[in-house]
Ligand binder design. Structure first.
Ligand SMILES: C[S@@+](CC[C@H](N)C(=O)[O-])C[C@H]1O[C@@H](n2cnc3c(N)ncnc32)[C@H](O)[C@@H]1O
Length: 250
């Protein structure tokens, strides 16, 4: 009696997929493996993402709702910042918060609720995203959305207290220009928190050159790990801290 030599096709397919996944995971622990996984992720990202009107609607309906945990975590981080309202070094002045690459505006809407003393501006390159973001309402004029390029910010120098950005950095074609613009619009003592996907973001060893071209002094930008669970594994944060203005002691 002959024994079956072949696995049923579905089982074989599943086994092959599991083996491929295991190989990919093992590969991801080596330096060249990490590079290969990153290249593959970038290749996929370049193919599946675009922010035309229909893409923006799909993002707002499917992706943004799944990111609630990240947005809440980012809001917690911003509330704790020294430049946040209530902890302001300049009491009585309204704090300005800028969300770069705000997409459909879900984070900006959370921020305006969590930071009652702040004016929140969401800026995005995609008119489709900005149109969707505007559905969040005006929060008594404290929340607004604009179409614009993060590499050419339409704001006065030193007019913003906090810049935040989530999952946008890996789309910036001129990251040095964006960091330079952040530096220009931030007030002395202001900060920028830029969250991005670990697999797709600017690699750690590329950042010193970007920071140099952006005119950031040594120590003004740091790459940070996020604490805790899934967020820690998937995301990294670049943090820009501008030194507070020197006081004359009066
Ligand atoms: C993956 S979405 C992230 C949206 C949102 N921040 C979030 O976390 O859901 C990336 C966004 O960055 C925007 N973007 C890319 N390059 C930009 C630039 N140079 N200036 C402003 N926005 C930009 C895109 O239009 C898109 O809405």
């Amino acid at each position: 009696m002959s024994r079956a030599r072949w696995l049923p096709p579905a089982t074989a397919l599943l086994a092959t997929a599991l083996l491929a996944l295991a190989a990919l995971c093992m590969l991801a622990f080596t330096r060249s493996g990490k590079r290969a996984v990153r290249t593959l992720a970038r290749w996929l990202d370049a193919r599946v993402e675009g922010f035309s009107e229909p893409d923006s609607r799909g993002y707002a309906r499917v992706v943004a709702p799944a990111l609630g945990r990240l947005y809440r975590r980012v809001a917690d981080d911003l509330v704790a910042e020294p430049a946040a309202p209530g902890r302001d070094r300049h009491p009585g002045r309204e704090t300005a918060v800028l969300d770069l690459g705000c997409g459909p505006g879900d984070l900006a809407a959370i921020l305006v609720a969590r930071l009652p003393g702040a004016r929140v501006i969401g800026l995005d390159l995609s008119p489709g995203m900005v149109e969707l973001a505007r559905r969040h309402g005006g929060a008594n004029g404290r929340l607004r959305f604009e179409v614009g390029d993060a590499a050419r910010l339409p704001f006065e120098s030193g007019s913003i207290d906090l810049v935040v950005s989530t999952l946008s950095l890996h789309h910036w074609t001129e990251p040095a220009a964006v960091f330079s613009e952040m530096r220009r619009v931030l007030r002395p003592g202001g900060a920028a928190l830029v969250y991005d996907l670990r697999l797709l973001t600017v690699e750690a060893d590329a950042m010193p050159e970007i920071a140099r071209r952006a005119g950031l002094a040594e120590g003004e930008i740091r790459r940070e790990r996020l604490n805790g669970g899934l967020l820690a594994g998937l995301f990294v944060r670049y943090r820009v801290d501008l030194r507070p203005a020197a006081t004359d002691g009066c």
